[in-house]
Every structure is written in C-alpha cells, then in structure tokens.
Write a protein that binds this ligand. Structure first.
Ligand code: HMG
Ligand code: MG
Length: 291
C-alpha cells in the first residue's frame, strides 16, 4: 500500500468544532479545551476565527483566545477571511492565519459575502501583509468537490483557486470537502491532478463526515502522498453556511486508524481518546459515536 510513513494531524475542534454551536460556549471552556489539546502534543491547533461576531457569534472572543494560546506557547492557526481580520490577527501575534475561499462562487458569497474572484483579489493584500509579519499562510479551498448551493463543482473551479494560492506562495493549501459529499474516487482523482500540476505545493485534506466517508477519503488522499489532515476531537464541527454538513473527521478515529496502520503521528490514541468526552460535552449536537 502506498501511504506516507508519518502524518501530521491538525486539530480544529476549538474553531471548526465549536463555531456552529447554537448555545454560547464560554471563553473559559474553550481555554480548557485548548489546554487539554496542547497537552496531547498536537503540532498545530486551529484555535479561533477573526470573523464578524454577527456572522459567527461563537468566535467573538478571538483576541482573548489568541492571547491565551500565545501564553501557552503553542503553534496555532486562526481564520482570517479579509484584511480587517488579518489586522486583528497581527495585533495579537497570531503565528499562522488561514484564508478560506469557496471553489463554488455561490458558497463563497454566502460565507464571506464576496464572489470567489473578489476574495482571491483581496488575498493579494492579505498574503502581502502576512509575509511582512512573518506569518504562515494556510489557504483553504472550500467546497472543493460539490456544493449545496450550486451542485457540481468542477476540477477547473478548484484549480482556479489553487493556481492563485500557488502564485501567492501559500505555505499550505487545504483541499476541503466542506459539506462532506466527496467520495474516495473523487478525492484520489482531484488530489492526484493537483499534485501533478503543483508538485512543490504543500497540500492538506479537510474532510467533513456528513456521509461517514471522512476516513476513507483521508485514506484515498494518503495514497496520493498527502500527509497533513485536519480533524476534530469527537467529530465536532460544521460551517454555519454549509447547511446539513456534519462535523470533521473525528480525531480519535483518524488516530486509531493511523496507529493501527503503523503511521507515525507523534500522538497517542490512548491519551487522545481521554479528551474526546470533554470536547463532546461542549456540543449540544449529537456527535459521532466514535470507536
Ligand atoms: P461583510 O458584512 O461583508 O463585511 O462581512 P464588510 O466588509 O461589508 O463590513 C461590514 C462591517 O463589518 C464593518 O463594520 C466592518 O468593519 C466589519 P461597520 O463599519 O459596519 O461597523 N468587519 C469586521 N468585523 C470584525 N471582523 C472582521 C470584519 N470584517 C468586516 N473580520 C465577513 C464580511 C468576511 C466579515 C463576514 O462575511 C464573515 O465574518 N464571514 C465569516 C463566515 C465564517 O466564519 N464561516 C465559517 C468559517 S469557514 C469554514 O468553516 C470552512 C472551513 O472549515 C473549511 C471547509 O470546511 O471548507 C474553513
Ligand atoms: Mg470545515
């Protein structure tokens, strides 16, 4: 089997996992989750979003969370959809930012109130500002397989966004199945074509588990050599502008699969699974039962 020797798991529960929760989660509870995750040894944690609190109320405490993460000394990622967000992130010394742009223009408009091309144009300034401050830029291609608003998403639409990210020298490009409707064949095909087109780009996978295919999709991407994956403790997650989507691949399930396959992650399944109940306790939604 053609799979990488080691895989980086990027834990996204404090951000993707909690952003769409209908009941307010206190900043103290978020800090507790981040502390527990930090103790498990994740190389990177996606901690918060500098978005508008009217659009995503759950992320209104982004500055306080960023200050807390800096106090812990961890490498963390924060979402920044526009230049105002980047300015907020710079003020609190965020080490890694993430832009997120829909390959589907219909989704992008719903999610960040701009067309895909308008958002890509804004990226010029975002990337420039980030580089000036030595900030790592992660760049998501959202709805990279299908879209609840426009249906089919073509490979050309995905490539259009990727090409711009490559031209802007993104440090990492995350191909995201935002609504969780990809299947392993699509994943293998799209990642293979992107790898061939951009052999030196660093790619990561971000799979939502709506139809319980997040793990098999991960495996399909691993067979193309992809070795960075986002996942969320307890399978929490969902985007408020991706109706019907369930959470991300559950970290504990992903880790169990990788551990059993002998793939190194630097994490321990036994330790990680102990933290999952706390993460789930923050959610009001029925979450993935896990293993
Ligand atoms: P907008 O309303 O178009 O913004 O929102 P605007 O530029 O027209 O400005 C309107 C007001 O908002 C102004 O204030 C701005 O200053 C303020 P006023 O002058 O009226 O007082 N404003 C901001 N305030 C705080 N932070 C900001 C900001 N920007 C403008 N950053 C905006 C545009 C992007 C802000 C809005 O659409 C937004 O916040 N969207 C976020 C949506 C979101 O967070 N979605 C979930 C994350 S994406 C996701 O989950 C997918 C992912 O997991 C990968 C995958 O699965 O695909 C990453
Ligand atoms: Mg997501």
């Amino acid at each position: 089997m053609n799979i990488p020797k080691s895989v980086e798991i990027i834990e996204v529960s404090p951000r993707d996992g909690l952003q769409n929760e209908p009941k307010p989660i206190s900043t103290e509870q978020k800090k507790e989750l981040i502390s527990r995750l930090a103790n498990l040894g994740f190389s990177r944690i996606e901690a918060t979003s500098f978005v508008h609190p009217k659009w995503v109320p759950q992320m209104a405490d982004a500055e306080e969370i960023a200050n807390f993460c800096n106090g812990l000394g961890i490498t963390f990622i924060a979402l920044t959809p526009n230049i105002k967000a980047v300015q907020r992130a710079i003020e609190v010394k965020v080490p890694q930012i993430a832009v997120f742009i829909g390959a589907s223009a219909a989704f992008n408009k719903k999610n960040i109130n701009k067309t895909t091309d308008e958002s890509l144009d804004e990226c010029e300034e975002i990337f420039k500002k980030a580089k000036e401050h030595d900030i790592f830029v992660r760049a998501y291609v959202s709805m990279a397989f299908t879209c609840p608003y426009q249906g089919e998403v073509t490979f050309e639409e995905v490539q259009h966004v990727c090409q711009r990210f490559v031209d802007l020298a993104a440090d990492e490009i995350v191909i995201a199945d935002t609504n969780g409707y990809a299947n392993p064949r699509m994943v293998y095909d799209r990642f293979s074509r992107l790898r061939d087109l951009y052999p030196t780009a660093v790619f990561a996978g971000h799979f939502h588990d709506t139809r319980r295919m997040a793990l098999v999709n991960t495996l399909a991407a691993m067979q193309v050599g992809i070795d960075k994956f986002d996942s969320s403790m307890g399978g929490l997650g969902g985007c408020p502008y991706s109706p019907g989507a369930l959470g991300n691949a559950a970290t504990e399930d992903l880790l169990l699969m990788l551990e059993e396959m002998g793939v190194e992650t630097g994490l321990s399944y036994d330790q990680v699974k102990e933290v999952s109940p706390f993460a789930k306790s923050l959610s009001t939604r029925a979450t993935y039962p896990g293993v």
